[in-house]
Design a protein around this ligand. Structure first.
Ligand code: GAP
Length: 446
């Protein structure tokens, strides 16, 4: 974890403007005036998200023997959402102001009887289902109505038996999935924190009934530690245990990992004990057995499920906010995103000292070596000082500079470290090894 210099919390508007200016996140449909709370990820944002998903998949699937992956469809048979309880129960209480026509979630405002904007008396709460409806088939009237999935989890439950048969996994084991989910949220906002289209990373961990509480504790700790391992400051994270009355319809217990955003504490990940709710419900509705045969006990039963579920977009928001730092260097403000090297969109930038005709071909040659191993970029516009600042502002851990000595005498280059701003001279022949060493020293595990 890298020390931050900025003492006051960063404003969300600073992050939103940096994200747009440097190509992390753009407002969606901007040329048409935008579509509320919908965002597109630019060249650096897409790399940040890929790195988050890669880190999650590595820790869930590649580094373990007991979890396998899945990629199920977004549109499933409508019965899935009836059986899961979402058609009936996946709803938020909506209240409306008769005077300004603003809508609120009754559970998110201090006084659900008064409009927070103009004080008018709000309507009685009515339950509003959050699932998006659409139609499958060419003619809307004849076509089957379906829903876009509001969570990826159900795709896992309905494939439980397929995965079991294909892999012969034994309890406890998990199935992990990353993909888009859709919710017609009543209130969105706070940048990419709450949107109607978002990406989830969910893992359903199937355990013997009776062992669920032990595994629940295990996953709460493991998921908190995962965020810390991505460089998030632990003092900005906390666990929040759900009270009985706020539990989702499928859960026996739930704990959120929350982050202290500039707008307050917000859920980043939810860990839930879903019991055998989903498997038993799908068995009852489909008539297909979704039980597990325990050879030791010679018994068929529904496993219990512990589910860690996290949003890619929320992690991206956490990482941008948490990495943001400002310091004064030589009388000027330096903005740095102190990303953990495993999530930094670009690991190494190659910069010739100037656009001199001797330097550019050599810098291109050096970049060809670097890009074989590291996501990298090449930049020769403007002064070297400005280019360092640009790389700092997008969180590039290392810059490699090619200068006249490189071509005229030593065939060596300078590696500059984003956090310490220290520079070391290394022979081009050793460059890849030295870059790897420096990234490891900054915490990289890949
Ligand atoms: N399968 C369980 C489930 O979906 P959830 O707490 O509703 O649980 C899990 O969602 C995670 O998905 C949340 O912790 C959050 O990171 C992300 N998420 C949920 N709704 C979101 C939204 N509207 N916008 C962005 N991310 C969202």
């Amino acid at each position: 974890m890298t020390q931050r210099h900025l003492e006051t919390p960063v404003e969300m508007s600073t992050i939103v403007s940096l994200a747009k200016r440097r190509g992390f996140v753009f407002p969606a449909s901007e040329i048409y005036g935008g579509i509320g709370s919908t965002w597109d990820y630019g060249p650096l944002g897409v790399e940040l998200k890929r790195n988050i998903k890669e880190a999650w998949w590595r820790s869930m699937v590649y580094e373990r023997d007991d979890i396998v992956g899945l990629d199920s469809a977004i549109i499933q048979a409508p019965q899935v959402w009836v059986a899961s309880g979402h058609a009936e129960g996946f709803a938020d209480p909506l209240v409306e102001c008769p005077s300004c026509h603003k809508r609120y979630r009754a559970d998110q405002i201090d006084d659900p009887s008064k409009c927070p904007d103009d004080g008018a008396e709000l309507s009685e709460p009515r339950m509003f289902n959050l699932m998006f409806k659409t139609h499958v088939g060419p003619v809307e009237e004849d076509a089957a109505q379906v829903w876009l999935r509001p969570e990826t989890a159900q795709g896992i439950f309905i494939n439980f038996d397929n995965v079991l048969t294909a892999t012969r996994m034994k309890l406890p084991f998990g199935i992990a999935q990353i993909g888009k989910s859709f919710r017609n949220e009543i209130t969105t906002g706070n940048f990419i924190f709450r949107t109607r289209e978002f990406e989830q990373m969910e893992m359903e961990f199937f355990v013997k009934p009776g062992e669920d509480e032990k595994w629940f504790e295990y996953w709460v700790k493991a998921r908190f530690d995962w965020l810390v391992g991505l460089g998030v400051r632990p003092e900005k994270l906390r666990l929040r245990v759900h009270e009985q009355k706020e539990l989702a319809h499928y859960a026996k217990a739930a704990t959120d990992v929350e982050y202290e955003f500039p707008f307050g504490w917000g859920e980043v990940e939810g860990i839930a004990n879903r019991t055998d709710f989903d498997l038993s419900a799908h068995e009852a509705a489909s008539g297909k057995s979704l039980k597990y045969f325990d050879q030791e006990l010679n018994e068929h039963y529904w496993p219990y499920v512990v589910e860690p579920a996290i949003g890619v977009d929320r992690v991206a928001a956490v990482l941008m906010v948490d990495a943001y730092d400002e310091e004064e260097v030589g009388g000027e403000k330096r903005v740095v995103l102190r990303f953990h090297p495993d999530v930094a969109p670009i690991k190494v930038a190659v910069l010739p000292l100037s656009r001199n005709e001797k330097l550019v071909p050599k810098a291109r040659e050096v970049h060809a070596i670097v890009r074989k191993e590291f996501p990298s970029s090449y930049d020769d516009a403007q002064s070297i000082g400005r280019r360092y600042r640009r790389q700092d502002e997008t969180g590039t851990p290392l810059c490699v500079t090619v200068d006249f000595e490189t071509v005229e005498s030593d065939d060596a280059v300078t590696i500059r470290n984003r956090d310490t701003m220290e520079q070391v001279r290394v022979p081009v022949a050793e460059l890849a090894d030295r870059l790897r060493e420096q990234l490891r020293a900054m915490g990289s595990r890949v």
